[in-house]
Design a protein around this ligand. Structure first.
Ligand SMILES: [Zn+2]
Ligand SMILES: [Zn+2]
Length: 129
């Protein structure tokens, strides 16, 4: 692969500098938001962990359906950025509905739920989508 020589003038240099600065500023602002859990009540309302809530999600714009990983109920989404769990299961087990992890990101919590109807190891999909 070969790329053409980049423009090297005052405008290009200032643009690159501003882009880098904005990128770093946005990461730092995001880090502060995560650290202080700035929108905690809304996050808990949406039943999401800090990672999923504060990160911007990119999903293809197409109607997508997927069963809840826990109860198997079919869920509908307006994009391909689907949730792992239905809100009810997420709430019942204190899990993030989007990633399915612990709501407060505690890997050492004592009781991890299992799906009532699924094989324990979460084996191969059965093709009943
Ligand atoms: Zn469910
Ligand atoms: Zn999450």
């Amino acid at each position: 692969m070969h790329r053409p020589r980049r423009t090297f003038d005052r405008f290009a240099l200032i643009s690159a500098t501003e882009r880098s600065r904005m990128y770093v500023d946005s990461i730092l602002a995001l880090a502060r938001e995560i650290e202080t859990d700035a929108r905690k009540s809304l996050r808990l309302e949406k039943q999401e962990c800090k990672s999923c809530f504060y990160r911007q999600r990119v999903g293809g714009a197409s109607m997508t359906s997927q069963p809840c990983a826990c109860c198997g109920k079919l869920m509908q989404f307006g994009s391909t950025a689907t949730d792992a769990l239905c809100p009810e299961c997420a709430k019942e087990h204190s899990l993030c509905k989007h990633c399915g992890g612990d709501l407060e990101m505690r890997p050492r919590r004592r009781n991890w739920p299992t799906a009532a109807d699924a094989p324990r190891t979460g084996g191969a999909p059965d093709g009943n989508d």
